[in-house]
Structures are given as C-alpha cells and as structure tokens.
Design a protein around this ligand. Structure first.
Ligand SMILES: C[S@@+](CC[C@H](N)C(=O)[O-])C[C@H]1O[C@@H](n2cnc3c(N)ncnc32)[C@H](O)[C@@H]1O
Length: 263
C-alpha cells in the first residue's frame, strides 16, 4: 500500500477496532451484572450516599437546639428501655448527638458504643465525650457491612437517620442482632417519603416521568429518594432478620420511629 493511502486508512481501521472492542465489552458485561439494585446481602433496593458533612457548628441540622423535641427523643429512649446501667449502641453516630444523650442517661455504670464508618466522626466523638467528661463512651470504627460491635452485649441500639445510607442493610442488621441480648430493643428513626411519593405519582401522571430521582422497587410501588425511606421497607427488612415489631409512631415533621425487639 502506498504511504499516503496507509495514512488515510489506518485511523479508520483503528476507530473500527476500538468500537468493536467497546461493543464486545458491553455485551459480555451484561450477564455478569444481574441487577444493579441487588446487593451482595440480598437487599433489592437503592440506598443513599453516606453523609460526609462536617460534624461541627452552624448549619448542621443534627445539632439543632430543637432536635430533641422534634424527635421526641426522651420518649423514644423510654420505649427503647434505656436506663442507668444500660449498654447502648449508636450506629452511624455521625457527630455523636444521640451518643451524648444516651451516655448521660446510662450513667457511669452504663456504656455507649458510638459506631461509624468514617474515622473523622469517631475521632470527633472521642474528643467531644472527653470534653463533656463522659467516660462511658467507646467509639468503634466499623465497615459498611459490619459494625464490629461486641457480641451478645447490648440492651438497646439506635440507628438514627442513618439506615437509609447503609450500603448493605441486611448484612448490617444481622450483625446488629448478634450484638444484642435477647429482649433488647432496636430503634430506627427515619424520614418517610409519603409526600415525595405523592408528588412523584402526580408528576408521573402528568408527564410520564417522576419529578425526583425515584428508585422504583420490585413491587412497583415502593421507592426511596435520597435520605428518605418508607416505614414498610424498614419493617420488612427488620422482620427478615428476625426482629419483632413493638411499635412505630410519627415524630415531628416527616420523621418516624420504628422500635423492634430481638426475641
Ligand atoms: C445523616 S448522618 C446521621 C448521623 C447521626 N446518626 C445523627 O443523626 O446525628 C448518617 C451517618 O451514617 C453513617 N453511615 C453510613 N453508612 C453506614 C454504615 N454502613 N455503618 C455505619 N454508619 C454508616 C455515615 O457515615 C453518617 O455519619
């Protein structure tokens, strides 16, 4: 082939080869990924990206002065059976707002394990507890599937505004259950998606498309938007791991709590 012809033909041949390789990789990848929404622990729903914000200072809703009232936290702690001497875990503890409340209630004979997947939060909680003179707080760095809590130890567990972020919720719940004594209680506090569900269904009816980023669930009726999770989903997953429902009730704004027991 003369040089000029070769120079013209080569880029076209290269492009064709790259395109063919791309096509091959896409078709062969498809069967290896059965469902983007099925997680290794068997959960078939989308989860939110973990919060990575600053635990410090202004603008942090988790420290707002109104939060205890909004979340009726005293009543929730009563319903969890937290009392002086209890062993409690705060899973996905963030800046430690609940950890500190629980530590004051359980007193020097009790213990609170503040668990997180990000070291910046465990370090923050450690310093915060020291500053407050709370010697009964232990921080634990867990993984996204295992909170690494001591086995058969806990009287009560709180998962506050964090369950929707658990990448593999069922795997986490199995470990949480193993760390609890029989009769111990687990509380979830989440925001539900009733309003989003209504808005999304309205938008679908009008435009054929949801307004929010909405993740359809296998039954076609359940979805969660980032950082919101409908109560029936949490109830179903807790039951799947063997927890028995004690009660659920609405808190301020669009928050709710679900309290379950390990039998
Ligand atoms: C929205 S923040 C809430 C913090 C705190 N519970 C509160 O309400 O003040 C959620 C926290 O869950 C943590 N998280 C996400 N996935 C987790 C997992 N698999 N195990 C433990 N913590 C997790 C995140 O790092 C984040 O700090």
């Amino acid at each position: 082939m003369p040089n000029r012809l070769l120079r013209r033909a080569l880029p076209a041949a290269l492009l064709a080869a790259v395109l063919a390789a791309l096509l091959r990789s896409q078709t062969s990848a498809a069967p290896a990924t059965p469902s983007a929404q099925t997680k290794p622990d068997g959960t078939a729903r989308q989860t939110a990206h973990p919060w990575t914000g600053s635990p410090y200072g202004p603008g942090n809703d988790f420290e707002s002065v109104d939060r205890a009232r909004l979340l009726r936290i005293k009543q929730v702690m009563d319903d969890m059976g937290i009392k002086p001497g209890s062993s409690v875990a705060d899973i996905g503890a963030g800046g430690g707002w609940f950890t500190l409340l629980a530590a004051r209630r359980v007193g020097p004979q009790g213990r609170v394990y503040a668990e997180e997947i990000l070291p910046k939060y465990t370090r923050f909680i450690q310093k915060r507890a020291q500053r407050e003179g709370l010697k009964n707080v232990r921080t634990i760095l867990g993984s996204t599937t295992n909170p690494r809590l001591p086995l058969n130890t806990l009287d009560a567990v709180m998962i506050l505004n964090a369950y929707h972020e658990f990448e593999q919720p069922l795997a986490m719940l199995r470990h949480v259950s193993a760390s609890m004594k029989h009769g111990a209680r687990l509380a979830f506090i989440e925001r539900d998606d009733d309003e989003l569900r209504r808005e999304a269904l309205d938008a679908i009816a009008k435009t054929g498309r949801p307004k929010h980023r909405v993740d359809e669930k296998p039954d076609g009726n359940e979805f969660t938007d980032d950082h919101r999770l409908a109560l029936p989903i949490v109830e179903r997953e807790a039951a799947a791991v063997g927890f028995v429902k004690l009660k659920s009730y609405r808190l301020g704004e669009d928050n709710y709590t679900l309290i379950v027991e390990k039998k």
